[in-house]
Write a protein that binds this ligand. Sequence first.
Ligand SMILES: Nc1ncnc2c1ncn2[C@@H]1O[C@H](COP(=O)(O)OP(=O)(O)O)[C@@H](O)[C@H]1O
Ligand SMILES: [Mg+2]
Length: 374
Amino acid sequence: MSLEQLDIKRLRNLQQVRLQPGPRLNVLSGANGSGKTSLLEAIHLLSLGRSFRTHRLKAVMQHEAEAFAVHGRIRHDDGMLWSVGFERRRDEDDSRIQLQGRRPDSLVELARLLPVQVINPDTFRLLEGGPRERRQFIDWGAFHLDTRFIHHWQRFQRALKQRNHLLRHGRMDVLQLRLWEAELATHGEAVDQLRGQLVTALRPIFEQLLGALTEITDLKLGYSRGWDKQTPLAALLEASRSRDQDQGFTQSGPQRADLRLTRYGRPAVDMLSRGQQKLVVSALKLAQGQLLETLVARRCLYLVDDLPSELDLHHRALFCEQLKAQAGQVMMTTVETESLRHCLGADDTEVAWFHVEHGQISPAKPFMTGVSNE
Ligand SMILES: Nc1ncnc2c1ncn2[C@@H]1O[C@H](COP(=O)(O)OP(=O)(O)O)[C@@H](O)[C@H]1O
Ligand SMILES: [Mg+2]
């Protein structure tokens, strides 16, 4: 999958922009506030229907504009060309999405078409933050690797919501509760199994990438499924019914699953510098892309925002090497191009360089003085 053309209208400071990225590595350089992150944000919107910066899409819309829009031409890995559009109007609460000129049934269709991974200065949150983001990370992989995952995940979520509702409201209707628990157990076990398979498949690729990117040793990638290993989910729900009722929600289960990174049995995050955390998370995200490529012959698009931040020259070079080694398309941004030119090689035909200035984008030839903003 690769993005062949991107059109953006009235998104943050991007008034009207057309970008034709190269199929491999793309470097977008420009001063602070020039519009680099906004460009990546536009691509993310096309893929997932949401921004990685804010939940409020109205903040993304240009001040005083009535609407903003992103349109992309995407070359699928099977060679087919797809047209995708995303539009949000100020006076509407829902976004308008178009796939080949029609409304898709759900965002799932969109997400499947354009698998995107973000590596940015907030990336360390995957390790430092709560389990929700790590679960999303596992689910991203499970979703792309197995078409059954989304079905189980949606049925599981619905059953969980229903059970929690019944636990909280009124007199307990045990018959109803049992029906939802059976549904929850069936799909929850399926979700857990696919998540477990994902982490098992990811582990060796992650370890190999970690070795290539860092000097960190003895890091263990584990999966915790959210409830006791020995107990079937159905039995757990039955046994914990009255305690769950006291609490007003389902305390254990796949909704508590987590990805665990440990070193000598302790959380790895406590022992890693910010830069190391960025590299560890990058290794995890690059591993997902490689897994997708290996198992289902799909390519992932990497949005790498502010690549040099937190990394010394040596690790920048290692990171660039890994980006070059993977098969998918990469859009990376930077305020300074010198170190990246050094890492990527100016004469490399696989790298397309662009310059962003006051919301305008133009091709920038590396090593030509006067073109870059430095
Ligand atoms: N809703 C908006 N309308 C207009 N401009 C905005 C909006 N939101 C942010 N901006 C401006 O867009 C510019 C680009 O931001 P950003 O893409 O984050 O820059 P960069 O990543 O290049 O540092 C900033 O100058 C910011 O002030
Ligand atoms: Mg930025």
